[in-house]
Structure formats: C-alpha cells, structure tokens
Design a protein. Structure first.
Length: 755
C-alpha cells in the first residue's frame, strides 16, 4: 500500500514499468485512499522494486509511506493495471494543477507533431488536476473532461501502460479535445484562421483580453503600453496595487529583473508561481504604472501550452492579473466572465473545458535563500500540510482578509486555496462552495468548528451557522494565537515559544484591536507577554484607509493633544476643520477604538514622513515606506523606545520613537533615511522584547507570524538579529504569514481544545 500524492501523477504506469523491470507479476490499482500493489517474485527483486518506488517516483508524486505485508501466492501470470476501487469514506491527497512539462512543451513546438501548437496538451506529469476534479477517485468520468470522447489515437495512449499519457485523465488532442473561441465585447465570435495569433495581435494593439486559464480568467494587456495598463487599472478599479506579469522565458525575465538561482528554480518549478523579483527599472520597458512605488515585480512564466504559445506570438511582457472586479472572486465560467468582465475586457479568449474549482495564481518570494508562499493557490493547494500528530476532524473558518479555510483529517491539514477578502456575498459563496468541495473530496465530517474571535467577520457567522445546523461544538480562537499556532504546525514544533505576531488588525481577548503582540504560547494555550502600546484609531476603519488619521492618533496620544502640525508634509496640508473633528473624536472617545497594531504604526510613520496619507490598497502606506529604505540600513541609528514591565505584561512605549521621527522630518531628513531608521527600530523592539521575555521565562525559541513579516527588510533584520543573539527562529514557508495562514492555526488549537 502506498500513501501520499500518488494518483493522477503517472504513478501506476511507473509501477507497471518497475514491476516488469524487476520480473514481478501481480497488479496495481487506485483506491479512494491509496495505491494498492500485489506482486509475486523473488525476495531480491522485491526489495529492489521497493527501493525504486521510493527513489524513482514520477516528479509530481509525493510518497508519504509504503506499508507491506506477506500474502499467500496467487500464481499471477502477468502484471496488470486494475480498475480503480472506490471506497466510501476513504480519502487521499489530490494533486494540484501542474505547469506544462518539458516533454509536452517539446511536442507543442514541434512542427508536424499532432499536437503542434495545441493549447490543451498535457500528460500524467503535467496539466490540470484539482481544477477539473468533481469527485474521487480521480478518473475521467468524475472530471470536467468527461464530455470529450477520446479519438482512437488519444485512447491508445491512454490505454498503453508504457505511454506518458497512460490514464492521463485530461488527455486530449486537436481532433477530440477542448478548443478555443475568441469573442468580442458584444459576445460575438471572432472568426479567424489562428485564434492565438489574432489574440496576440489584439494585445499588441493595446486591447485588454480576458483569457480563460486553468483555474479562472486572467486579464491580459501589453505591459509595455502605458495607456493599456492605465485603462486596465481604471476599468478593474484597481488603483495603485501592483499587477502580476507573465514573461515568455527565464532569459526574458532576466532582462527586467534580478534573479537569484533560488528564484529561477521557483519560476521554473512545476508550481510555477508568481515570484516577487527585484525590478531593474533602467533597461526595462515595462511601464512604471505596473507596480508604482514598488521595487519588486510579480512575475510568472507560462504554465499552460496556451500561455506558452500566446507569449511566443505576442513577444512582449504581458500584465496577467486575476479576472475579477476589485476584490471579487476570480471568474470561472464563460458566461460568467462575459457578464462580470463585460466592462473590463475588450475581447474574451474562451475555451470549452469547464473549470470546477476557482484557483488563483500563487505568489511567492525568496528570502534568505528560501521560498516563502505569500498567496497559496495554484500549484500548492490542495496539497495537505503534514502535521506531527493525528488529529480530530476539524473545520477552521479563517479570518476575513485573504481568506482561506482548513479541514483537518488524520495528520493532513487541507488548507484551502486563497479565496479572497471575505467582505462580500460573492466571496462568501465561493468560500461555502469550496468548503463543500473539500469536504466531499477528502471525505471530512468535522466534529468541531473553529472561528476567529471577531463576532462580525462573515467567516465567524458562517462558522456559527454551520455549527448550529449540524449541532457541532465551536471553538473561538484569538487571531494572533492562531497566527503563531499556524507557524508552529507548519514547522511541526510542539513546545512553547515566544510568538511574535505583527499584523494589521486582530480582535483581542480584551475587546481592543491587537496587532503588535508577543505571546507566550504553544498550540494549546496563549498568554499575552508584551505588546505595542494602545493608540486610538480615530474613525475606526477610516483610520486604516487614511493613515494621516492614525498619525494624528499617535501625535495626540503620545506628544500631547493639539500639537502643531507644522513641518509635517502630509499632516500640515490637511484642512484645519478636518483636523479639529478628528481631534475632538479622540478626545470624546467617539468611534476611536484602541489598537496595539504594528501595521497601524507603520501607517502612521509613513504619513508622518510624508510618504502616504491615504491608501488605495491594503498596506500601501507601509509598503511604500518600506520601498524607500536604503539597501543597507545597518549603519543607520535606530530611534529610541522604552520597554515598561507592568505586572504580567510588558508595554512597548513609543513616545520617544514618534518624537524622534517628527524631529527628523521637521529637520528635513529624507524619508528614505527615516524609513531605514524606523525599520531598524522595529527590529530592535522585537529583539529586545524577546530578550526581556526570555530572561523571565527562559524561552529561546521565537515564532514569527502576521502580515507585517511580508516586509522583506524587516523580516531579514529580525531573523538575523534574533539568530545572532542565539534564538531559534521559526518562520513560515509553505503557509502564508498573513491571514491566509490563520485557519491552519485555528484548526490545531480547536483540536487541542477538545482534549
Ligand atoms: Zn506533460
Ligand atoms: Zn485525440
């Protein structure tokens, strides 16, 4: 019995070839839970056979364990591949979609090959998987490919155990498989001899084309055409937030970006995610509007034959952004795209292979030579995170931003793909459908439901409703404890740590908004050991959209009410009446919740330094502040701050820090230097607070989580600082450090809560 990711990845033909090679007779078959093999032959041949299974498995397979037992001899005359055996209630991991493999690519670009330029070419080593599966076991009738009947040649490949396409469920060719259609904005078919060539021409002319990909639609436009990029921004209502790009080849990427060996490996991996790369602005003809105020470009390589052919024909970098309006879920079906993207795309490149699961592009970055997933979807989900112990069946519903959920069964944590920001009905519906799909595919019957402490999150309401309907227990989990537990679970770490959770907002156990937290915790319990001091957020959510409000909160709270705003670039330009209202709001405590959020501190400093007073997308003020910092900040002096121990909790006092920032800005010190000094200060705050806690409680392990650690400069300073001081530092790699990782932590905590 072989357990792991062993279906839909060319595993049975691999076993077939090995069995023949080692002179073993018997059979292999898929069940709903694993792959079963029965063989007869000599002990020697058998042990070599086992060895080869472990060491020569196909690239997309992932073997978890192999169990063997001795059976009575059956006298098999041959080795056969048997029919799949569905077993009720059993489950096994499902392969994510995989980028086109080199063999398929060679065929696609080989003149005379029967799949020459065919955009849906795939084999058992590559192509769609998760996005076309409706149920398990993974067989064609249970996928969206069932409507296509294979032609004799494709069927022959499919039936031949020695062929690369043996039981490749999405196997297809131009004769029998899916096909493209180009449609204009009015919904009329555009007739032309070569649809991809025509699409490339339209993109070159500056049109915006919605392209149906693996897990949904993408919006494509010419990344070297300023007017086209501006139009896409306006129509998609996406101001400021960087667009992802698709470039034709690694060589092409290197013309525009600095690429380390680890980054190159990630770009070319079967997951083929978007990788955030340092942009060489000089020498790159990609227009600045693609990623205004950013040092990095989000770049991916083509990952389907359709993308490969399109990029070859268009021969220029393309913006390739999710096909949605603002923060709605990515469009999936043809008619849905024609409706929802009508005001955005000029043309639609459609095809007739249905997508079952919406699936965005994943986003990764490489820091300290190791990849970190920031948005986990295509290529990664639904691969489970392996847990260090077996757990109850749990559903954890996550938070609000960058929403995901997590279903746990046994030692597998199925963290869903990125769903989106759960603040609208469309996203909630996508969330519910995806929960149902995962429950069906992995046969999970949750016995407990975990949710965030925030009573108003749609995910919390969904959790409570679901639990009430099913008569299940619920476990509320504090946001930052969930962050740290997620980091511990991914690192299979079972002890107690100093958990540093720095993010924008999370509902605190005391009813305030937390976000600059030091927790003494394990995956069961958590105690707040230190935090940034509480500051009022005048106007609540308005203070998030308008960092100048937050800056006023810091000034009034720490340096005295009503101080002059002279010499502060963003603040001094505010209308006096607005400043008066904001100040009054704080004085009266009207709609001014208290927050210890690190994200808000970054926002406030960004506004004070004159970098950004209002934002168009999440964390924009903090991101632009970070992008200004010089490459080497270690020669800059940190700002002062103080740590005050109050009974159980230490408070990080920020008066000296804010006062020094104001003094620097008034003296005309450039924002880049203020930014550099500020980042050094936050890193010092984290390291020194960890020392304080460590001296008291004897802990030497620190776990870092929360969206603030997407800040590469801060992340590097903190990890280096802690490691130099002898701390063991646990960080995220497979699971996002932002709220996309919360559900995993919630699930583990809920499991323990039932013990
Ligand atoms: Zn292939
Ligand atoms: Zn065919």
């Amino acid at each position: 019995m072989v357990n792991g990711m062993v279906q839909g990845v060319g595993f049975r033909p691999f076993i077939y070839r090995l069995a023949r090679q080692h002179r073993l007779n018997g059979w292999v078959r898929n069940t709903s839970a694993h792959v079963e093999i029965e063989v007869e032959g000599s002990e020697d041949d058998f042990s070599q056979f086992l060895d080869s299974i472990r060491h020569q498995a196909p690239p997309a397979a992932h073997i978890q364990d192999i169990a063997t037992e001795k059976l009575a001899a059956q006298g098999f005359a041959d080795f056969e591949i048997g029919d799949s055996l569905p077993e009720p209630g059993k489950y096994q991991p499902i392969s994510p979609d995989i980028a086109t493999c080199p063999e398929c690519l060679e065929e696609v670009f080989q003149a005379g090959n029967r799949r020459y330029l065919y955009p849906f070419t795939n084999c058992t080593n590559c192509g769609p998987r998760f996005t076309i599966i409706e149920d398990m076991p993974y067989d064609r009738p249970l996928t969206t490919m069932r409507t296509f009947t294979m032609c004799p040649e494709c069927q022959k490949e499919y039936d031949d155990p020695l062929n690369r396409r043996f039981h490749a469920q999405p196997n297809a060719c131009p004769l029998c498989g899916p096909s493209l259609e180009l449609v204009n904005g009015a919904g009329d078919s555009v007739l032309c001899p070569d649809i991809i060539q025509k699409t490339a021409g339209l993109l070159t002319e500056g049109y915006i084309v919605a392209v149906k990909g693996l897990g949904g639609f993408q919006l494509a436009s010419d990344a070297t055409n300023q007017e086209a990029v501006a139009r896409l921004r306006e129509r998609k209502r996406r101001l400021g937030k960087p667009f992802a790009l698709m470039l034709g080849s690694l060589a092409e990427v290197k013309k525009h970006c600095l690429v380390s060996p680890e980054e190159a490996e990630l770009l070319l991996s079967p997951q083929a995610p978007i990788v955030l790369l340092r942009w060489r602005r000089g020498g790159s003809d990609i227009v600045p509007q693609v990623a205004e105020g950013n040092r990095y470009l989000g770049v991916m390589l083509p990952y389907t034959p359709l993308h490969h052919v399109l990029l070859l024909k268009v021969a220029r970098p393309l913006v390739m952004t999710s096909g949605n309006l603002s923060e709605e879920p990515i469009c999936r079906d043809n008619d849905e795209a024609l409706r929802r993207l009508a005001g955005i795309a000029d043309y639609f490149l459609l095809h007739n292979r249905d997508i079952h699961a919406r699936y965005d592009d994943s986003v990764c970055l490489v820091e300290k030579e190791a990849p970190r997933v920031i948005r986990r979807a295509r290529g990664y989900a639904p691969s489970p995170v392996r847990l260090p112990f077996r757990m109850r069946e749990v559903l954890a519903c996550g938070a609000e931003e960058k929403s995901t959920f997590c279903l746990i069964r046994g030692e597998h944590a199925f963290l869903s793909q990125h769903i989106g920001d759960m603040d609208n009905e469309e996203t909630l519906e996508h969330f519910e459908n995806t929960v149902n799909l995962y429950r069906k595919l992995f046969r999970v019957q949750p016995e407990v439901i975990a949710h965030d402490l925030h009573p108003d999150y749609l995910s919390t309401r969904y959790a409570l409703r679901y639990a009430a309907e099913q008569g299940l227990k619920t476990v509320p989990v504090q946001h930052h404890h969930a962050h740290i537990a997620s980091c511990l679970a991914e690192n299979a770490f079972e002890g107690t740590v100093i958990g540093v959770a720095f993010d924008g907002t999370g509902y605190g156990a005391d009813g305030n908004l937390w976000g600059g937290e030091f927790l003494l915790c394990d995956s069961r319990e958590s105690r707040r050991a230190a935090h940034l001091e509480n500051i009022p957020m005048p106007g609540g959510a308005a203070a998030i959209r308008k960092p100048y409000r937050m800056a006023l909160g810091y000034l009034d709270m720490l340096l005295g009410t009503g101080m002059s705003l002279e010499g502060l670039p963003v603040l001094s330009r505010l209308p006096a009446a607005e400043v008066r209202i904001i100040r009054k709001q704080m004085e009266k405590g009207f709609n001014s919740p208290l927050t210890s959020s690190a994200g808000r501190l970054f926002d406030a400093v960004s506004a004070l330094a004159g970098v950004r007073g209002e934002i168009n997308y999440q964390a924009q003020a903090a991101i632009e502040l970070g992008m200004l910092a010089p490459d080497d900040v270690t020669r800059l002096k940190p700002y002062p701050f103080s740590l005050v121990q109050e009974e159980e909790v230490a408070i990080i006092k920020l008066k000296d820090l804010i006062s020094a920032v104001v003094a620097d800005v008034r003296e005309g010190i450039p924002a880049s230097i203020v930014s550099g000094r500020f980042h050094r200060t936050v890193a010092r705050i984290i390291v020194e607070t960890c020392h304080l806690i460590s001296e008291r409680d004897g802990l030497k392990s620190v776990a870092l989580s929360g969206g603030v650690f997407q800040n590469r400069l801060l992340f590097n300073l903190v990890v280096s600082g802690l490691e130099e001081d002898g701390f063991q530092v646990l960080t995220h790699h497979l699971v996002p450090c932002n709220d996309g990782g919360i559900a995993l932590g919630q699930a583990v905590i809920a499991h323990h809560a039932l013990e």
